[in-house]
Design a protein around this ligand. Structure first.
Ligand SMILES: [Zn+2]
Length: 184
């Protein structure tokens, strides 16, 4: 059993079929969007995200964290069961894709710039993947500009703002794309 399958087996032990889904989806996304060049690491589901985002990449350990809240029933119900049927797969897949952008950048030399999202390499990836997804999103590094004597963040017309870039692609898709379909 190779290391990937070992990790996947561990994921199944900890998170059941949702754990397996994450590894399989990582594999598919890696082939589709990254020429299968990302190096896999553990994928863990955690209760509370470190910040408001739905996932997180812990580069020093090559761990991707996904938010457990992605698993919940479509319609309000008292039954919130941890199972694959209740996973919003479209949303979780996009969150995974986002974290894989961080993974790729880290594994191919890292970034320099203002933050892990507001830098040339991240916006290049957003633009590249945006095209592949058929989205009309354009990102540019957002710079500060003097407007009326004050330093202001200036987003060029038609470009994603920092919030949207930081939550690409899930801030760019429509609500219906994630919630207007059955998860299973
Ligand atoms: Zn991010």
């Amino acid at each position: 059993m190779d290391r990937f399958n070992e990790l996947k087996a561990e994921g199944i032990q900890m998170f059941g079929e949702v754990g397996a889904w994450a590894y399989d989806t990582w594999n598919d996304l890696n082939a589709t969007y990254f020429d299968a060049k990302n190096t896999f690491g553990p994928i863990y589901w955690i209760l509370k995200p470190q910040n408001k985002s739905l996932g997180c990449y812990f580069f020093s350990e090559n761990i991707i964290y996904l938010y457990k809240g992605l698993v919940r029933p479509v319609y309000p119900t008292s039954m919130s069961k941890w199972c694959l049927d209740n996973l919003n797969k479209r949303l979780a897949s996009d969150v995974l894709l986002h974290e894989m952008i961080h993974q790729k950048i880290h594994q191919t030399g890292g970034w320099t710039g203002e933050s892990s999202h507001n830098n040339e390499r991240f916006v290049d990836e957003v633009n590249r993947i945006s095209k592949l997804l058929g989205l009309q999103a354009t990102a540019k590094v957002i710079k500060s500009k003097m407007i009326d004597g004050r330093s202001t963040r200036y987003v060029e017309p038609g470009c994603l703002n920092l919030e949207e870039t930081s939550n690409f692609p899930y801030a760019t898709r429509s609500y219906d794309y994630y919630y207007g379909y059955r998860h299973y």
